[in-house]
Write a protein that binds this ligand. Sequence first.
Ligand SMILES: [Ca+2]
Ligand SMILES: [Ca+2]
Ligand SMILES: [Ca+2]
Ligand SMILES: [Ca+2]
Length: 338
Amino acid sequence: MSDGTINLDFMPLSETPVINAIEIIAKGISKAAIPGTIQAEDYNAGENGIAYNDMWGGNEGGIYRRDDVDIGVTNDIDGGYKVGWTQDYEWLNYDVFVAETGFYNIDIRTSNPSVDWYWGRMKLELDGADLTSLLIAPLTAGSDLFDESTARKIPLTAGAHTLKLLINQGGIDVNWLRFTKHISFDIPGRIEAEDYGRDGADASYSDSSIGNYAGWYRHDDVDVDITSDVGGGYKVAWITDNEWLKYDATITASGTYDVEFRVSKGDMDDAVFHLERDGVDITGPITVTGSGTYDWNMFDTITVNNINLEEGAASFRIVVDQASLDINWMQFILMLPN
Ligand SMILES: [Ca+2]
Ligand SMILES: [Ca+2]
Ligand SMILES: [Ca+2]
Ligand SMILES: [Ca+2]
C-alpha cells in the first residue's frame, strides 16, 4: 500500500504462527499544499454533512471513491477524475496547508454546459469565512469541456486551513482548483476593474453604498457584476459620482503607452472619469458618450494615447468624476519604449 499502513500483530511463537489482528491505518487524504493544484475529487474523507454535502446517496459515477459524492472520469487535459452530477448547494471540504502568507491567484477548472451565461455559480470559503464571493463558471460546449474562472490576489495566511468549495448552482463539473502566488499586476498588461486592491474602503476604493449590490466576485462595498462582454468575467457597475478604485502594479518598461478602457454607458448622459498614477492625473478627463441603448453589457474600448510611464512600482486610481458607467478592464500597451 502506498497510501497507508498495515500493521500485522502476531501471537507469541507457537507451533503455527497465527495472525491475531490486522490493523489498517488509513492515512486519508493528506493536507493539500498551497501553492499547488487540488483535485476536486480529493476532498476530505468523512461523512456527508461534514467532509462534503451531497444531496443524493451514493456515487453516481461509481468510480474512485465510495461515499455520496458523484465522481466521473474526465478526458480533460490532465485526465483523471472530476466531481460531477452537482446540485445546488452541494459543497466539498479540503484540508489545506498554506506554505507562505501572501496573495494568491485561484483558478477553478469547471465545465458548464448550461444555456444561460449567468448560470454556474460557486464560491470558496476558508475556515467558514467568505474567500471569493460568487464566481461564475465560464460556459463550455459540453459537460466534459473545461475552462477556468480566476480569482486574483486573494490573501491567505500560512498554516493549516479548511477550504470549502460551495456550488450555489449545480450542473457544473469540477476537475481541479489551482493556487499560484500572485506576484503583481504587470504593465504593459491588462488590469481587470474588479481586481482593485484589497486594503478596504478609502484605501483601495471609495464606494457610496454599503455592500456589493450584485454580490459577485468580491465581498466589500464595490458593486461587482458579471458581464457578457467579450471574454466574460466581471465588471464594476453601479458607479456613482466621485467613486474611485485603486490598483497597485509594477511597470516593467518605461515608455509611451496607449491606455485602453473597456467601458459601457447604457443611458443617454455622458460620463467622465480620469486615471491617476501615484496621485497625479495622467489622462485628464475622459468622456464616455451615452449610448442610449440601456444595455449595460454593450461595451466600447476608449483609447487614450501618449501616456508616459516610468518603470517601477505604481499605484493607479480610476476616479469617476461624473457617473455612471460600467468598467470591465483597462489595458496598458507599450507603443514606444524609452
Ligand atoms: Ca450522490
Ligand atoms: Ca480532477
Ligand atoms: Ca456598494
Ligand atoms: Ca473585468
